[in-house]
Design a protein around this ligand. Structure first.
Ligand code: CYC
Length: 169
């Protein structure tokens, strides 16, 4: 698992270079956003259950077919699996926010996920909508806590959205 700092050092070390202006700019921007990243992660931790529940409700309101007979989230087992997946996206998203890097998402969440979903008939498009809803709810909470620029919150969620949908968002 890597973070913004170790990834950068690895890149420079592999070519035996000292950190240059670009490297220092990118480190500075990571450290400057550090406090906000930690605050966002703590807001997510403190509200995780509520965020997942609200995102699930909104998703099933928008696409009620999911929880009707024949829908992929129909039956309590699959309904629970869907909320559990949303919880995974939120929790790993919070790790990626703190680390300023998407490696943890590749390694722990996204690898093989499309194949698993395809083989189980879990529909990707509604999953993408679920992650978009989560992202919006997290951003609302982070903004409500007084963090003005919440653009950095988009990064991990957009990354998962992009990788899952394989289209640019
Ligand atoms: C199932 N979701 C699964 C499975 C995996 C994941 C591996 C199959 C095994 C199981 O049921 O537990 C996902 N597992 C993960 C992820 C990680 C992991 C991401 C990384 C930590 O370890 N169905 C819908 C909605 C969507 C949904 C659109 C919720 C957003 O209609 C999710 N995922 C869903 C459902 C199942 C599932 C319903 C059960 C499918 C089945 O067994 O028929």
């Amino acid at each position: 698992m890597r973070d913004a700092v170790t990834t950068l050092i690895q890149n420079y070390d592999s070519t035996g270079r000292y950190l240059d202006g670009d490297a220092l700019d990118s480190l500075k921007s990571y450290f400057d956003s550090g406090l906000a990243r930690v605050q966002a992660a703590s807001i997510i931790s403190a509200n995780a259950a509520e965020l997942v529940k609200a995102a699930g409700s909104q998703l099933f309101q928008e696409i009620p077919e999911l929880i009707r007979p024949g829908g992929n989230a129909y039956t309590t087992r699959r309904y629970a699996a869907c909320l559990r997946d949303m919880d995974y996206y939120l929790r790993y998203g919070s790790y990626a926010l703190v680390s300023g890097n998407s490696a943890v998402l590749d390694e722990r969440v996204l690898q093989g996920l499309r194949e698993t979903y395809n083989s189980l008939g879990v529909p990707i498009a509604p999953t993408v909508i679920g992650i978009q809803i989560l992202k919006a709810l997290v951003k609302e909470k982070v903004a409500a806590a007084g963090i003005e620029d919440t653009a950095f919150v988009d990064e991990p969620f957009d990354y998962m959205l992009r990788e899952l949908s394989e289209v640019s968002v």
